[in-house]
Design a protein around this ligand. Sequence first.
Ligand code: ADP
Ligand code: MG
Length: 539
Amino acid sequence: MGKLNVVMLRYLSREHFRVLTAVEMGMKNHEIVPASLIASIANLKHGGCNKILRELVKHKLLAYERTKTVQGYRLTNAGYDYLALKTLSSRQVINSVGNQMGVGKESDIYIVANTEEQQFALKLHRLGRTSFRSLKNKRDYHKHRHKMSWLYLSRIAAMKEFAYMKALHDRKFPVPKPIDYNRHAVVMELVAGYPLCQVRQMEDPAAVYSELMDLIVKLANHGLIHGDFNEFNLILDNDDHATLIDFPQMMSTSHPNAEWYFDRDVNCIKEFFKKRFNYESELFPTFKDIRRECSLDREIAATGYTKEMQEDGELLCPPGSDEDDSTTEVLELVEDAENELNFLISESRTSDNDLCSSEGEADTAESEENTQRLSMSELSSALQKAGEQAALWEPGEDAEGSAIISFKGKGTIENAAEVENQAGQGGCCKVKEDEDECPELVDSSTLNEEFRHYSEECVVPVAGHRTRTKSISSVRSVGSCSTIPPELVKQKIKRQLTKQQKSALKQRLQKGEANVYTKQRRENMQNIKSSLDAVNFWG
Ligand code: ADP
Ligand code: MG
């Protein structure tokens, strides 16, 4: 962990930002943006644009990439960070960037300050980085696939986080005060305290336990489930009061899997208190205890922040609607595969009928059985592919360095390193893997299967204040939910799947020997022949 190197912000000209923005725009439908396209978006002469591009590559804000079919540029994390920081600093939300104080599953957290030297936390969302880079050789142009790119996913996560935080803060929930957001960056109140995962002792675990359970119930009464309510996303102050953070994965209590997520949140806290403080209580909330007071889920869904997400059909499940239902999506996935197969079947039948019409219907049952078998194998391979696709998603890398740098070269913050390196994310609640698997979700389990090691600091209260001792422990992230919206992943899988199936079918049709029709026809002919032989035999 270290600093975000923002030195270049001071030296970059308007043209540099223009070119950076042009690459960002180009990346809406290109993974690698050709230089000519960048020049025309930026409305700069090619020569001048190329010089700027080279400089931006030198400062690692852009990366030059070359594949068999295309060569061009893509934004790096640093480039995207610069664009967001530039906007936030021009809005005078932040003026200086300090130490990195946290690394989450899919984010980097920094201390920042405004011109009045008031400190905030800056969360930079980093989603889906690795997987998309590894795909780069396969496709240069991704038509509608900007929806899966790390730029898009990170931006949506930030937007969602800000929307939830604002709604919760307005309702006096113990969450950081949201300040502003841009692109993948969210600026929020810097919470004083320690993540619960670092707290080794507390005076009254029962009181904290009940405060946390009350918070889960209060959220649910407002129509919301956090979805990652664990010791990594709770910051405890010196009075042992908790502040809840990390909201991109929040969902509505009307979500079809809401009860499962609710129980998982409750279990995370139960397990953590049992393991860490040896505290067990018979009292814990259940989904049936929820008494809806208001519908924050609907309110958030109605705000402008989430419009884009709604358009993509991947926000909260609106109450009463099945659209976000993962089960429905699995069914859709299967349906798609089946439609594809039905098409194949009907084609196959037509050709079979053409071939065997004179032989009557003797082979129809057999033919159906064949296609049935085929559809089952297609389906299982489709589902397997779905699993493979979901496994593509991986978290990203960390930044390095230290110290605070003002954009304008002046600001310094003395105690910026007060909040120190923190543990990663994941939820220590050791819900067993099979228990942790929501039976009706396709890929949340795959998304959650990230093996990670976290360095953890113990915090021991000394005369009302906490001190830290270092301890290293490794935790497997099984209790936490990935912040990548599962619906997005499913959409992606669905699209890829049908495409892959289509091309597989095409290939098979073209391949002669492997042609599925030929195979079926042969089998049918054999069946007919053998039944005719039997008739002959019996006279
Ligand atoms: P992720 O979504 O990647 O899990 P989090 O929002 O949970 O990221 O943040 C990761 C870590 O950063 C947290 O565990 C916490 O220690 C620290 N952190 C995040 N936001 C704040 C904040 N507003 N104030 C203080 N610390 C924070
Ligand atoms: Mg977190």
